[in-house]
Design a binder for this molecule. Structure first.
Ligand SMILES: [Zn+2]
Length: 191
């Protein structure tokens, strides 16, 4: 998993944001176990001493984790359990992003760095939905929210989400333009 500034480069944002909307409506944090059950993925934790899996991870240019597609079409996500929790969460959601965005199937043709950007957008928007980020930026912080951020979102992910907030809002509005959104939903979305 590598973090890149996805705004400066091309990626199919409309597609990615449509998938995110279908999963969480841009408002809620979806537990990764729910996402995992929906697509039948097996999680495989490995430690830094597990040389075989570390070596496979290096091949994927990361020490955090990677996804294996099995011959029967199911997936296994291996992740480094020795990392801190926000980083582990980011890794698992990022790898789920590759699967949900069909990077190993129908959309395997897109460029590797575009896949990485898309998976990062997917992960960071599910871990920190638009409405939550809005409240954070507006200063509606309380202890619970502070604790949530510390446990769930890496500083790097939070920083990038804050930098891309305005642009993301435009993309979200574009996705919602074709949908029937109630006033209640608009309020929940902070748009
Ligand atoms: Zn990746």
């Amino acid at each position: 998993m590598t973090f890149v500034n996805w705004n400066s480069q091309k990626a199919n944002y409309n597609y990615v944001f449509e998938i995110i909307y279908a999963i969480n409506g841009f408002t809620s944090v979806v537990p990764c176990m729910e996402l995992i059950q929906d697509i039948n993925v097996k999680l495989i934790p490995f430690s830094s001493k597990d040389f075989k899996l570390i070596a496979s991870s290096y091949k994927a240019n990361t020490i955090d984790g990677f996804t294996l597609k099995q011959p029967d079409g199911t997936y296994e996500i291996a992740f480094n359990k020795d990392m801190i929790m926000p980083r582990i969460k980011m890794t698992i959601y990022h790898e789920l992003g590759h699967i949900y965005l069909k990077h190993f199937s129908e959309r395997s043709f897109i460029l590797e760095n575009e896949k990485e950007k898309e998976a990062n957008v997917f992960a960071s928007h599910l871990l920190l939905p638009h409405s939550l980020l809005h409240d954070y930026r507006d200063g509606y912080m309380n202890e619970h929210f502070d604790e949530f951020l510390r446990n769930s979102v890496s500083n790097q992910a939070l920083e990038i989400r804050c930098c891309t907030y305005e642009l993301d809002q435009k993309r979200i509005e574009r996705v919602l333009a074709n949908k029937n959104i109630s006033d209640y939903e608009r309020a929940a979305l902070r748009i």
